[in-house]
Design a protein around this ligand. Structure first.
Ligand code: ZN
Length: 169
């Protein structure tokens, strides 16, 4: 699997909900974990690897006990407000401060289709919101303030040119 990079239009897709947790989907999820580890990320959404499925994976611990799969995730509640530096495997070489909720409550299905709920604070809250955004076609660069956005412009232009060069062939 390859991690799609900005401005790939697939990253703007609003994914379809998962109807059935098939063998193919399970294989896709296993591959998503491998791809995420290879890229040294803590979270990865299906849209980032070209899968049209409402799924993201994350691991904030770095060992297998920290692996979590979120299928058809929903934001149940959000509160507080925090502005911290954030990056994304699909926007390489770029970081910016993003304002997000400080606490979130998310509901989803696990890999066996069982519903579960998590409440996240700090980094967990940030990663959950970042990955939920991916499934709705939103990137963290859409959420930065106008002054920050000016600072990002040259790097975004480089990524646009790289994407253009790759897709001309
Ligand atoms: Zn991301």
């Amino acid at each position: 699997m390859r991690v799609l990079a900005y401005p790939d239009p697939f990253l703007r897709r609003k994914v379809n909900p998962v109807k059935e947790i098939s063998g193919q989907l399970r294989e896709g999820i296993a591959e998503m974990f491998l791809t995420m580890y290879e890229a040294k990320g803590v979270g990865l959404a299906a849209t980032q690897v070209g899968l049209d499925e409402a799924v993201f994976v994350l691991n904030l611990k770095g060992d297998p006990s920290g692996e979590q799969v979120f299928i058809n995730p929903e934001l149940v509640a959000i509160d507080g407000d925090r502005c911290e530096i954030e990056g994304c495997l699909s926007v390489p070489g770029l970081e910016a401060k993003v304002r997000r909720g400080a606490h979130v409550h998310v509901r989803a299905l696990d890999i066996d289709g069982n519903p579960f709920e998590v409440e996240g604070a700090d980094l967990m809250a940030r990663v959950l919101q970042h990955e939920l955004d991916h499934l709705a076609g939103t990137l963290f660069i859409d959420k930065v303030g106008p002054a920050t956005r000016i600072g990002l412009r040259s790097r975004l232009k480089e990524l646009e040119e790289r994407y253009g060069a790759l897709n001309e062939r």
